[in-house]
Design a protein around this ligand. Structure first.
Ligand SMILES: *[C@@H]1O[C@H](CO)[C@@H](O)[C@H](O)[C@H]1NC(C)=O
Ligand SMILES: *[C@@H]1O[C@H](CO)[C@@H](O)[C@H](O)[C@H]1NC(C)=O
Ligand SMILES: *[C@@H]1O[C@H](CO)[C@@H](O)[C@H](O)[C@H]1NC(C)=O
Ligand SMILES: *[C@@H]1O[C@H](CO)[C@@H](O)[C@H](O)[C@H]1NC(C)=O
Ligand SMILES: *[C@@H]1O[C@H](CO)[C@@H](O)[C@H](O)[C@H]1NC(C)=O
Ligand SMILES: *[C@@H]1O[C@H](CO)[C@@H](O)[C@H](O)[C@H]1NC(C)=O
Length: 274
C-alpha cells in the first residue's frame, strides 16, 4: 500500500463493466486483470464513499472481507484468494451500485510496479409478480349485455423499472413503462365480442418477464363448449340410472327362479354363480 498509484502516476481505469442480477441471486465481479503477477495488492471498494469491502495483500498474506457500517454485506461476500474476484451472494436492491477494484503488483512483462482499476456497475432487479387480469364493465348492463365488448385491465402492484404490455398474438398492442417504484400499474384492453385472437399481458424488466394469458372463457363470457361438462354429467347419470334399472330387472328374475326352487341355500349358490 506504500506504492500508492498517485505517487507513481501509473494508475488508470482500464474498464467499466455492467452486471445485472435478479434479487436473491449471486453476482461475481472479476478483477479482469491477468497482467499483474506476484505479490498483488487487491482492494475492493463500494459506493460513492468508496468504503473498502475486501482486501488481499500478497505481501502480508492476508485475505479479508469487510462490511459497510449499515451491515448490508453481512455474510454475503466471498473473495477468491487466487483471482481476487468478489462474489456477492443473495443480493438485494441494496447491493446495487458501483464496485471498484484496484490492483497493484509487478507487471510480468516489464517487471515494473503497476496499478490498475476496474469498475463494475451492478444493477439488481426485483423478481416480477404475475400480472392480474380483471374484467370491468364500463357500459350499462342492458338486454344486449352478452353481445358487448369485454373490457379488461391488466395490473401489477409494487413494481419499479418495468414495462407492462398487451400482446395480440405476437404483436404489441399497447404498453406502459415506469422507472420509479410505483404502488400500482395498470393497462386496459378491449376485446370485441367473439374475438378469437389470443391475448397476453406481459410484465418485463431488462432481465426477465412474466406472462399472463387471457382466457376469454374465464374472464369475458361463457364459451359455448363450457356447457359440455354439464352435458356429460347428465349423460353419466342417465346411463347410471338405466344400469340400475337393468340390475333391478335381473334381480327380480333371479328371485322368481329362487322361489320356484324353494330352497334358500341352493338359491344363494345360484346367485353367487351368476
Ligand atoms: C485460499 O483459499 C482456500 C480455500 O478458500 C484456502 O484453502 C487457501 O489456504 C487460501 N490460500 C491463501 C494463500 O490464503
Ligand atoms: C437472503 O436474504 C434475505 C433477506 O434479505 C433473507 O431473508 C434470506 O434468508 C436470505 N437467503 C439466504 C439463502 O441466505
Ligand atoms: C387481482 O385482482 C382481484 C380483483 O381486483 C383481487 O381480488 C386480487 O386480490 C388480485 N390479485 C393479485 C395477486 O393482485
Ligand atoms: C348508463 O347509465 C347512466 C346513468 O346510470 C345513464 O345516464 C346513461 O344514459 C346510461 N347509458 C345507456 C347507454 O343506457
Ligand atoms: C368494441 O371494441 C372495438 C374494438 O376494440 C371498438 O371498435 C368498438 O367501438 C367497441 N364497441 C363498443 C360498443 O364499445
Ligand atoms: C420473456 O423471456 C423469455 C426468456 O426468459 C424470452 O424468450 C421471451 O421472448 C420474453 N418475452 C417477452 C415478451 O419479452
Amino acid at each position: 500500500m506504500f506504492l500508492t498509484p498517485v505517487l507513481f502516476g501509473l494508475c488508470c481505469l482500464i474498464g467499466v463493466f455492467g452486471e445485472s442480477v435478479m434479487e436473491g441471486d449471486s453476482v461475481t465481479l472479476n478483477t479482469e486483470l491477468t497482467e499483474i503477477h506476484g505479490e498483488k495488492e487487491i482492494m475492493w471498494k463500494f459506493g460513492a464513499e468508496k468504503t473498502m469491502i475486501a482486501e488481499i495483500s500478497g505481501v502480508y498474506g492476508i485475505c479479508y472481507t469487510f462490511d459497510v457500517p449499515d451491515g448490508r454485506f453481512r455474510d454475503r461476500l466471498k473473495l477468491d484468494n487466487q483471482t481476487g474476484s468478489l462474489t456477492i451472494t443473495n443480493t438485494t436492491t441494496e447491493h446495487a451500485g458501483l464496485y471498484e477494484v484496484e490492483i497493484t503488483g509487478v507487471k510480468l512483462s516489464t517487471k515494473e510496479f503497476s496499478s490498475k482499476k476496474v469498475s463494475h456497475s451492478v444493477s439488481v432487479y426485483a423478481r416480477l409478480p404475475m400480472p392480474n387480469l380483471t374484467k370491468y364493465s364500463s357500459q350499462n348492463l342492458s338486454s344486449s349485455s352478452s353481445q358487448q365488448n369485454c373490457s379488461l385491465v391488466c395490473s401489477v402492484v409494487n413494481v419499479g423499472h418495468v414495462t407492462l404490455s398487451w400482446y395480440k398474438g405476437n404483436s404489441l398492442l399497447s404498453s406502459i413503462s415506469v422507472s420509479d417504484l410505483i404502488i400500482s400499474l395498470s393497462l386496459p384492453l378491449e376485446v370485441e365480442y367473439q374475438d378469437k385472437n389470443t391475448y397476453s399481458c406481459v410484465i418485463n424488466n431488462p432481465i426477465s418477464n412474466q406472462t399472463k394469458h387471457l382466457d376469454i372463457c374465464e374472464h369475458c363470457w361463457l364459451c359455448p363448449d363450457q356447457g359440455l361438462p354439464l352435458l356429460y354429467i347428465v349423460l353419466i347419470s342417465a346411463s347410471a340410472g338405466s344400469l340400475l334399472i337393468v340390475a333391478a330387472v335381473v334381480m327380480c328374475c333371479i328371485c322368481k327362479k329362487c322361489r320356484k326352487n324353494d330352497r334358500q341355500g341352493k338359491c344363494f349358490l345360484l346367485l353367487l354363480s351368476k
